[in-house]
Design a protein around this ligand. Sequence first.
Ligand code: CS2
Length: 470
Amino acid sequence: MKPPRLTRTGDAAPPGIVHFGPGAFFRAHLAPYTDEALQAAGGDWGIVAVSLKSPTARDQLAPQGGVYTSVALAADGMAPKVISAITDVLVAPEDPDAVIDVLADPAIRIVSLTITEKGYGYDPATGGLDPAHPDIAHDLSNPNFPTSAIGFIVAGLEVRRQSDTPPFAVLSCDNLPSNGALTRAVTLDFARRVSPDIADWIAAEVSFPSTMVDRITPATTDANRAALVDLTGTMDSAAVFHEPFRQWVIEDDFPTGRPEWEAAGAQLVRNVEAHELMKLRCLNGTHSALAYLGYLAGYETIADTVANPNFARFCEVLWREEITPTVPKPEGEDLSAYCATLMRRYRDPAIRHRTWQIAMDGSQKLPQRLLGTIADTLAMGRVPHGLCLAVAGWMRYVGAVDEDGQPIDVRDPMAERLQAAGTVEALLAIREIFSENLVVQSDFRDGVRAAYRALERDGARATVRAFVAA
Ligand code: CS2
């Protein structure tokens, strides 16, 4: 007999948030925090989720009335929690006007984003908008029929401006440095190209708080879903499975209000930058390093990779010698304790986070995860050989052939260009990834070249072993 489907019981909170990008991370992070804030303190903070591309999230959530289970995976079993904060799910390409209408609704006071790095149409070389990004280019030519989050936000704000409705706050929850300021820069750049009036209004009126978000959330598998049916007796197509740990640091700048997220343990602070830098460099930086080198070494998950003592030691050397010296200590944090906790999280055997998943979109991730740290270490007069090895690992990975001669399914908006590049020199010449200031430094180039040669000659396992033995 088929198990019954999870359904909503009780009323949904009236909506106050529109969220772009209702994937697994949002369902494991912002939505549970908001759900708990609603339960603790109430408020009209239901979430209208908007998919920008595929109908998958809607097809999973709508038959369940928007409710789903957020499951913390622990060594001793699963801890499920039903989340009811999502009140509706829209699929933007099916009805863009419906999205603009909800963005224009005065009840909406926050628009949040988990659209991944490539969703911002950001050009790291200029620090502004990339007008050649396909969705951005489309939206600049058709500002009333947007396809991108930035296009929708500007279209929604324009309706609010014309109807004298106060703006919503725009809350980026992606792993980008100074994500609030970055979102503001691309939004203003986009708006300026549409009309100076809307750009001036946004500059004067709209707040873009920065955030640091953290919870390891591997892609959901059929085995996860089946285990949940065994535990609860109900079928949930929209369930997400994640580590027990979570952290959210938010710049407290919401002129028209916000849920009481602190009731759920979020940290509302004046300045998030130091927390973001710590997380991006210590967690995401080593995640990417372990993903490329671990994949090449034949490991399926991060936990498998750090179960090899040489890779665990490699990661610890990166933290101690190359990463934390570049990270100012955020208030209330202890960097070595933070990294020790990270290693415990990586080792967690209940979390099967695939190296292949983290390896995706490297062209969008490398600058803020690895290259900024490399530049800062070089400026201190030292050569970060471990991080150069990580970059060389990425270069081998995007070559799309593994150490056994098998093809690698490289997922990256620049995948074709990266594979066609073919050499270290050609990859270093890609200015969207490697800044001029970095590649002119011969210590960096030599470090990457030497590491790449070692990977070609000896493979990832032996190269990492030799690195930690040196
Ligand atoms: C990971 C992140 O996939 C990736 O690139 O590094 O998703 C990471 O798991 C989260 O940022 C953890 O908070």
